[in-house]
Design a protein around this ligand. Sequence first.
Ligand SMILES: *[C@@H]1O[C@H](CO)[C@@H](O)[C@H](O)[C@H]1NC(C)=O
Ligand SMILES: *[C@@H]1O[C@H](CO)[C@@H](O)[C@H](O)[C@H]1NC(C)=O
Ligand SMILES: *[C@@H]1O[C@H](CO)[C@@H](O)[C@H](O)[C@H]1NC(C)=O
Length: 852
Amino acid sequence: MGGAFWHVGLLGLFSLCGWGWVSGQIRYSVVEESELGTVVGNVAQDLGLKVADLSGRRLRLGSEESRRYFVVSLASGDLLVNEQIDRESLCGASVSCVLPVQVVIETPLELFRLEVEILDLNDNSPRFPTTHRTVRIAESSTLAARFPLDNAQDPDVGTNTVSSYHLSLNPHFSLTVKNLKDGKLFPELVLERALDREEQSEHQLVLTAFDGGKPARSGTAQITVVVLDANDNAPLFDQPVYKVSLLENTPLETRFIKLNATDPDEGPNGEVQYSFGVHTSDSIRKLFALDLHTGEITVQGALDFEETGFYEIHIKAKDKGVPEMEGHCVVQVEVEDANDNSPEVLMTSLVNPVPENTPLETVVGLLNVQDRDSGVNGEVSLEIPPSLPFRIKSFDNHYSLITRESLDREKIAQYTIELTARDSGSPALTTKITILLNISDVNDNSPSFSQPFYNSFLQENNAPGSLLCTVSAADPDEGDNSRLTYFIVESEIQGAPASSFVHINPDDGNIYAQRTFDFEQFRVLQIPVAVQDSGSPRLSSNTTIYIFILDQNDNSPAILYPVTGGGAAEPHRVPQSAPAGYLVTKVTAVDADSGHNAWLSYSLLPQSTDPTLFRVSPYTGEIRTARGFQDLDLAEQKILVLVKDNGDPALSSTVTILVSLEEKMSEESFKARDFLPDPKAKPDLTLYLIIALVAISMVSLVTFIVLSAKCLRKKDRESPCCGLSESPSRDFFKHSSPKLQLNSDGTLKYMEVTLRPADTQSQCYRTCFSPGSDRSDFTFLRPLSCPPASTLPMETDAFLPGKNTLNEPGQVRVLLPFIPHKCPCVSKRTLCVSEDRAASCLGTNHKNVSAS
Ligand SMILES: *[C@@H]1O[C@H](CO)[C@@H](O)[C@H](O)[C@H]1NC(C)=O
Ligand SMILES: *[C@@H]1O[C@H](CO)[C@@H](O)[C@H](O)[C@H]1NC(C)=O
Ligand SMILES: *[C@@H]1O[C@H](CO)[C@@H](O)[C@H](O)[C@H]1NC(C)=O
């Protein structure tokens, strides 16, 4: 459009020139944006036309364009603004804006060219292409760096266009304006102070452009400066050193710390990765795991206080910037002791086996006790069960096992000692060790026989080599200390060594007869036997074997009176007038055997002259007349008396007694002859009587013992030995050897067997004479604390065994060969019978009653 006007202008100029306009072109000027009707100039006047002619000559504006903006008032001839003119749209940025106007007058036709200059009005503000502009600047930018900004546009021209810029106040930037040759201004930011994204990542600036009009107009643009991050910050840990305590038995995978390193940078520059520092040893890397991203440290190995109590973990935090930056810290891990170690007990030495005679307070073992824990967790005590004869003595960590009581292998041969080591931790840990301690044998026990003495009964006329008895001994010791050897203690029996009588097997204790025994020679053999062990020194003990030789009926009765042999016996004279029952004489016989074998009975043989005339007392041997003599009776009578013992088979002897009847005979003479035996024969008779009674007494005793043993023992034994010691009455009675009491004339008064209960409160028994007896071979038994004698009937016991069993405690069975009596009497324990008591009890006075 401007070009068009320009052409029109030139045309006009030509035409004006062609028209020969003297004073040049008529030129008007009008300010743009003038109101409609604004008078630009008076055309009529300036063209020299009369106003009145105007309408007549039909004045009009020639070009289309002229008519648009202007109109000529035919009334006044003024050129008026027809339409608001915008200079900027008409002429743009060109400084001069001239609008050619053609005025055409008809009749006559005339053409005039005019120029209307459109004057600029400051009607536009400067304007930025964008009102919001973002500028990105690295925070690392150097000072005075320039950053171009958009310039503002103002369509006005001249002074009305942009003439200056202004930047809002801020510490980092200033503004500089570059002036180009065409007069355009270009604003630029200048960095005045270093940027720090971490401090302020964005700066808001306002740029204002001003034009030179009056009043000046302005336009603004918002400028956002974005500070671009640079990796200028290293990751930083909260603390340079972290201190952590961990229990040593902390389970695996336990997270115990979370590190936090911060990096204020942005993006990768601020992305932190954790890793172990170069100073972190491999062992630590095995024990702890570090999370690359989160910085968490977990336990991944077993922490052992006893191995290492302290760890120092060096940690590095690294960002991902270029170049990367790193920060460091140290994690100090203190491992706390937990009671995770049981005490260790080590037996350093042990005396095994320990001899049983070890003195008290002897060290038999040494132990070492340790606990790898520290503090109270490592304080250990060693305990031993209090029942054992040992105790523990400690010094530091060393303990000794000491004998506390004396040991006896025979009681306990092996100890199982369980020691408990206990630390002081909570809970306490314990370790037990078991020691098997053997006790070795010492020869501290003598062998002991199973019985205090042994009895053996042997029929006389035995075969040599027969087994008599077996002794047995026991030794609680062990090995050689209990290997026993039996032997016969060297002693003499009637001038011959004891070993010539019997032989003992040293190993099994069997005792054999070495020879044939004769009851009439030996009744009892007392053989001392000993046993010894094989220890060192040897220990021994001894016992006695009583070998009782049992009688066989190998002796015939021997007639002591009347004396036969050597010449014919002198006949006994009996008065013719002797009544029936007259004592003619008495046959006295003895038998070397004993017991039944010596129990003699007398009988009249039919070979006698007149068997009806005499009677023989079967027990006493007294021959008495059966009736009075008659005249028919022969004056010389022969009496055959058979004396027979009670053996099996019985042995017998006969004696022939001659009797002559006489008319007259004084009583005294034959009484004296009858009752006072021949003084020469008296010692012999007494001797035989003693022998017979002793033998009888011995057999009685033997029978008594045998039957007692039989009755009292509980089970059958194979051994022929029999002893009181194994019977229950062993502790109940103590016996003493039989005692023979003789009268002053040498005849047997009584035999005394005393059985005394072991219990002091029990009774005491002894044998006494039977009261009122005219026979010296009677015995009786008296308990010492019985009711008075008068309340007890005199009891006569047969000598058959087993009949007189006394069942009450404190009583004993006594078998007596003749007619035993029992008589109560009271006495003190030590003195069985006192004189007066005995007298009152027995009714007779016995000088020889002995205290037992
Ligand atoms: C690290 O510490 C900073 C400040 O000390 C905190 O803002 C941030 O949340 C922490 N990060 C973690 C993962 O704990
Ligand atoms: C202890 O005695 C047992 C059997 O009684 C035996 O097996 C063991 O060998 C003995 N130990 C010692 C050290 O003598
Ligand atoms: C037998 O034992 C007794 C004591 O029991 C003792 O006095 C005696 O000397 C011993 N005799 C032998 C031969 O050992």
